[in-house]
Design a protein around this ligand. Structure first.
Ligand code: HEC
Length: 150
């Protein structure tokens, strides 16, 4: 086989290797580059929104198959959200858990969850998620981990 024919295969092998390395990494060294994430319109099923956007790489999300990342906190905002808003070091503008989720996705640096690495969650989600996708993410996450009151 000529070199010209082999080149595409080598490129494909390198890309697959890179993806595999990302998949099997379980530490704060995980990074997600802007051009690795397609535009998420919000018309996708909810599980696809989380996987397409790459959230699943870093976060565990209940009810989302394959979302078992451990770089960031498990997304149980129904349980943890209220405490974030009253945390003395919280400096954001959110008044509700729904708003807190949106804020955390658009401006992750505003509040860093204690025990988790700063500067790790991508800061460019505002350019990748439509308003509808963001709305669906917030609506889903604000319910996770909440205690059902009978
Ligand atoms: C490269 C890893 C990475 C990716 C990808 C990522 N996150 Fe995060 N995320 C983190 C880390 C680390 C934290 C904790 C530190 C912080 O608060 O910035 C975090 C924090 C959060 C928080 C605050 C959680 C809390 O308990 O207060 C929310 C909400 C969140 N991420 C949602 C998302 C969503 C939704 C996506 C996909 C659109 C996403 N993240 C993609 C790493 C990531």
């Amino acid at each position: 086989m000529s070199e010209r024919l082999l080149t595409p295969f080598i490129i494909i092998a390198l890309v697959l290797g890179g993806l595999w390395a990302l998949r099997s990494t379980n530490s704060s060294s995980v990074t997600l580059a802007l051009d690795m994430v397609p535009l998420v319109t919000g018309d996708e099923p909810i599980e696809e929104i989380f996987t397409k956007a790459g959230c699943a790489v870093c976060h565990t999300v209940p009810g989302i198959p394959g979302a078992d990342g451990r770089v960031g906190p498990p997304l149980l905002l129904g349980a943890t959200g209220p405490a974030r808003l009253t945390d003395p070091s919280y400096r954001g503008q959110a008044k509700t858990v729904h708003q807190y989720v949106m804020e955390s996705v658009l401006e992750p640096g505003l509040f860093v969850v204690p025990g988790y690495p700063a500067g790790t969650m991508p800061t460019w989600y505002g350019a990748k998620l439509s308003a509808l996708a963001l709305e669906k993410i917030a609506a889903y996450l604000e319910l996770q981990g909440a205690t059902v009151v009978p």
